[in-house]
Design a protein around this ligand. Structure first.
Ligand SMILES: NC(=O)c1ccc[n+]([C@@H]2O[C@H](COP(=O)([O-])OP(=O)(O)OC[C@H]3O[C@@H](n4cnc5c(N)ncnc54)[C@H](OP(=O)(O)O)[C@@H]3O)[C@@H](O)[C@H]2O)c1
Length: 265
């Protein structure tokens, strides 16, 4: 059984690989990245894996594939993720696991469109699928300094990136996850006022237009400023507030709380 994980130079991909290495022999694992030269010796075979490039060799001999979603503007992301799915199916991969977004099929978040398109592409191949529909990471909200958001008093059930990586590694290395969807959230929905109080910081609620302008003022590309603001607006509307049991079931323990993440535990 050969199992390949993409995106291993990224935060999530490298954590998934770490957890997978602890669960199966290294000889059964292959890592892929756009930057093999950057990752050094991972203790497993490393292959070039750029979804926007030539993938004809990347998935050779692979039975199970964990596709870490790429970043970038929607059009490019959808095109390259579809290409990756096609290349995997052409290479004879039998099971594709994909890191999607919470409630991808119905989510109002603008970023969900690329995840929906990728899930549809995977289903369209007829290979077994597992959708790891990740909520937002705690880590997105733990940078030091005052909090400024367009989320108002909305609540979010974020999860630790490492718990999400562990869940992915378990679904990847244990049998029984074919044709399943996991909605992965943290254990509690918190508000930005609560997080500010926890961190001894302030939370200023601004309008979406003010937030986009502020993020652009930090030098973020327009599409990133708009995407981050869209997430916050949807947090304000409750789109990420629901707590689901799936993460706890997968990892076999209570997921890390925002409080523990903020304290670095
Ligand atoms: N749930 C959340 O809060 C949240 C937050 C941010 C992002 N995300 C999504 O989750 C993914 C993983 O998060 P992260 O924290 O690991 O982000 P990250 O550290 O910024 O990593 C970006 C990831 O995208 C991959 N990637 C980008 N372009 C690619 C391409 N052309 N071909 C193949 N892979 C490509 C990278 O792979 P290599 O560099 O190894 O090639 C890397 O794994 C992100 O890419 C994004 O889709 C989720």
């Amino acid at each position: 059984m050969t199992t390949l994980i993409t995106g291993v130079s990224g935060h999530l991909g490298s954590l998934i690989l770490d957890h997978a290495r602890a669960r199966v022999p290294a000889g059964e694992l292959v890592a892929a990245t756009r930057h093999p030269e950057r990752v050094g010796d991972l203790g497993v075979e490393v292959r070039p894996g750029d979804f926007a490039g030539d993938l004809s060799r990347t998935f050779e001999g692979v039975d199970k594939l964990l596709l870490v979603s790429a970043d970038g503007p929607d059009d490019a992301r959808i095109a390259m993720q579809r290409a990756a799915v096609r290349a995997a199916a052409d290479a004879g991969v039998r099971h594709v696991l994909y890191t999607s977004v919470f409630e991808a099929d119905t989510s109002p978040l603008s970023l969900a469109a690329a995840h929906r398109a990728t899930e549809e592409a995977i289903r369209g191949t007829g290979v077994a699928f597992t959708f790891l529909r990740n909520g937002m990471y705690h880590e997105n909200y733990l940078a030091p300094g005052p909090l400024v958001t367009a989320a108002g008093d909305g609540r979010i059930a974020s999860a630790s990136r490492d718990d999400l990586a562990l869940a992915a590694a378990i679904a990847l290395t244990e049998p029984g996850h074919e044709n399943t969807v996991h909605e992965l959230t943290g254990p509690r929905a918190w508000s930005f006022d609560e997080l500010a109080a926890l961190r001894g910081a302030t939370h200023t609620a601004v309008t979406p237009a003010e937030r986009v302008a502020g993020l652009k003022g930090f030098g973020l590309p327009d599409f990133v400023a708009e995407l981050l603001t869209d997430i916050e607006v949807n947090i304000g509307r409750g789109a990420l507030a629901e707590v689901r049991p799936d993460l706890e079931k997968l990892i076999g323990r209570a997921p890390t709380t925002i409080e523990d993440a903020a304290r670095g535990r």
